[in-house]
Design a protein around this ligand. Sequence first.
Ligand code: PEP
Ligand code: MN
Length: 338
Amino acid sequence: MIISMKPEATTEQIEHVCEKIRSYGYIPHPIYGETRTVIGAVGSGNNRAALQALEGAPGVESVVAIRQPFKLVGRELKPQKSTIRVGEVVLGSHQFVVIAGPCSVESREQIVATARAVRAAGATILRGGAYKPRTSPYDFQGLEEEGLKLLAEARETTGMRVCTEVMTPEQVELVERYTDILQVGARNMQNFALLKRLGKAAKPVLLKRGLSATIKEFLMSAEYIVSQGNPQVILCERGIRTFETMTRNTLDIAAVPLLNEISHLPVVVDPSHATGKRSLVAPMAKAAVAAGADGLIVEVHPNPEEAWSDGAQSLTFQEFELVMEGVKKYLPLEQKHL
Ligand code: PEP
Ligand code: MN
């Protein structure tokens, strides 16, 4: 339910309503707007009639139901777009945020050289996996803590913020110590134990859409994190599995404006995993800008031919520079800048 307070409602009246909501078995989520406060009453309580009756409480203007199942991440409760700050960078603003780097952290030279190159081309956040969710158990699984240390070194030498994947609830504490953004991979989008644990984390979470997840399922996963207390979730469209075999996945470009319509969370696009093909990254990056994305996450490697994972979709430094040049031309059309 959404309890809208009158513009002149006092702090005591707002606190009183929150207290009532708690007493009915729901959790109050107040959102303090410029002119009024609205309070979302969310949870598994079954006393909707009591919530409805709050219409008569002092300072309350109206009580209406939230129709969508994603209560906290939807626009019904919070119509204005959310912004998420990562150092100097603000996702969900006019700033277009580019996260770039290798699929996996492989060595000091590899990660530092990539960080320097992508930063020079306009990226502000460095990506690199230290824990890799691989389809085959015989494939490279990541450098683990050693990889996190190398990422931290690259962060130190270049000043870039970093984004890296976390695969289990047990890893969160360690990964959080080294990274600025905690990435949830597509294969873990419905790892509910992980999502709940990330809801207790203090850092933003980049949540990737599952391989076969509907938009509703995607947003329900975001709801898991936000409902546990962490409002900093970035949605990532990274392609979904379809009947098409010429691309690794099918980029659901319509998901971007749709997510923007129904959710207030920032949305980024991953044209690398969405296509699996180096040549398709540039056009899909431009499509992401046109569709209203808040940023990109792109795989870049000093020598893609020798990459330990995802070489076919990774860009050379020069190719990444060209992608950025293309993107920069499109940004002003969408009132965005790097
Ligand atoms: C990755 O970012 O390298 C990755 C494994 O992506 P996804 O989870 O989208 O497949
Ligand atoms: Mn990858």
